[in-house]
Ligand binder design. Sequence first.
Ligand SMILES: [Fe+2]
Length: 215
Amino acid sequence: MEHQLPQLPYPQTALEPYISSETVAYHHEKHHRGYVTKLNELIKDTEFEEMELSDLILRSSGPVYDQAAQHWNHSFFWECLRPATAAAPSQTFIQRLRENFGGLEEFKLRFKETAVSNFGSGWTWLVQKEDGSLEILNTSNAENPLRVELRPLLTLDVWEHAYYLDYRNSRADFVGAFWEVVNWDFVEANLELKRPQRERAFNRSLPSTDSRRPH
Ligand SMILES: [Fe+2]
């Protein structure tokens, strides 16, 4: 089965002025597409050829894992974003953030500090642990939290290709702009407690080659 580049859930211009259409175009059409293409090349005629993407994340290693995880991470990342609106997290979710981090602003600050301190290329995540608590963590390169049984709620790509055109070397400015385009509905829907919604949201972010239209 051939993995496909998912369509963006919004036009390439939709995240401006926070993330330029040029960045989105390169990031989606060049970088993300590159991971999908390499993944398909690597799995051809191997035991991984018919495996769903989520299974590849859990069961592969080396170059196959790297490409599969980058495909998953980027697919999830696009869903974490939406055109800039004044939308904020729901009061229920803000309460969850308060319980875990002290509040929304405290969460944003800790997430930003974590993202800025992620050395080299990688991802910064808000995840839900098995006990229901929330945690902010960094992963390096392609690494995905599903591998260690953590449920991703939100992610930020901190590879330089995600922000260099717009913010040059200032990752901190990129993280600041990121909050303007976070899709809080998607983030909240990924919580374990909201299972019916979560299944829809989470499965949507785990593109199967059957259900996603090629871009
Ligand atoms: Fe990326």
